[in-house]
Design a protein. Structure first.
Length: 268
């Protein structure tokens, strides 16, 4: 049993590769703050993603584009400090993964230097191979991201299912060859994700990509009912904390207004 004197063994890129080789399912969820990350880590989640999705689920934006590198570092520092077992991956926000390669290296290095996180995630496939290789060469693990690319929403004209098997397989293979330790596959048909997984040796993590992958990732807010109203088809709600939180706040307001809180037992 893990204790402060005997901490849990950290999940690493090698751990994940072993899990893929043994056909052991990998679990991954998003986290943006210390208490959430601590609970997810204690629950046994293998990987935590400090996703640029925080722009939508935490900041209330319509896309992932507004979040900045400084904001990603701010949230990543909290998550990395909380996680004792899980490997923590941090998204490179737009446009840190699209402009000059040295800037991508510098942004990625900030993740390792300024937080207790362990890797970065970069959207793109074959066209990002040189960037992935450069970041990995600098000593920074990279997870690639193929399929639906939220940072590309204005080019793609919306969030669309990606079906081009040949291109997606080529993207994943190029990312693997460049040194990516894993490939995230977003919003593709099950058979396409299966083809990608069969084509590479590194772990594949699916989100809206069916069962034939090495593991799954979801946005934590979606699985616990803390959403702004839209829930993607590919997610599942495992708890309803949104309703519970609203009911708790309603009860608190009622008790304060009625003079029932604080009671003598809750006063000095």
């Amino acid at each position: 049993m893990a204790t402060e004197q005997n901490p849990p063994k950290r999940v690493t890129t090698r751990t994940l590769q072993t899990m893929r080789d043994r056909d052991e399912a990998i679990t991954m969820l998003t986290a943006y703050d210390y208490p959430t990350a601590k609970l997810l880590d204690e629950a046994g989640v293998d990987m935590l993603l400090v996703g640029d999705s925080l722009a939508m689920v935490v900041q209330g934006h319509e896309t992932t584009l507004p979040v900045t590198m400084d904001q990603m570092i701010y949230h990543a520092e909290m998550v990395g400090r909380a996680a004792k077992r899980a490997m923590v991956v941090v998204d490179l926000p737009f446009p840190e993964g699209q402009i000059e390669i040295n800037r991508s290296i510098e942004a990625s290095a900030r993740v390792l230097k300024e937080t207790d996180c362990h890797a970065v995630k970069l959207e793109g496939g074959a066209e990002q191979a040189g960037r992935i290789e450069a970041i990995v060469t600098a000593g920074i693990p990279v997870m690639a991201h193929v399929g639906l690319r939220p940072q590309n929403i204005h080019v793609d004209g919306g969030y669309r299912l990606q079906r081009d098997t040949e291109k997606l397989v080529a993207d994943a293979k190029a990312a693997e060859s460049a040194g990516a330790f894993a490939v995230l596959i977003e919003c593709v048909p099950t058979e396409v994700a299966a083809a990608i997984t069969a084509a590479v040796k590194v772990p594949t993590i699916g989100i809206g990509a069916g069962r034939d992958v090495s593991g799954q990732v979801l946005v934590t807010h979606d699985i616990v009912g803390l959403t702004s109203g839209y829930t993607p088809k590919f997610t599942r709600q495992f708890a309803d904390l949104g309703t519970a939180l609203k009911e708790a706040a309603t009860g608190y307001c009622q008790q304060v207004r009625a003079g029932g809180f604080p009671s003598d037992q809750e006063s000095f």
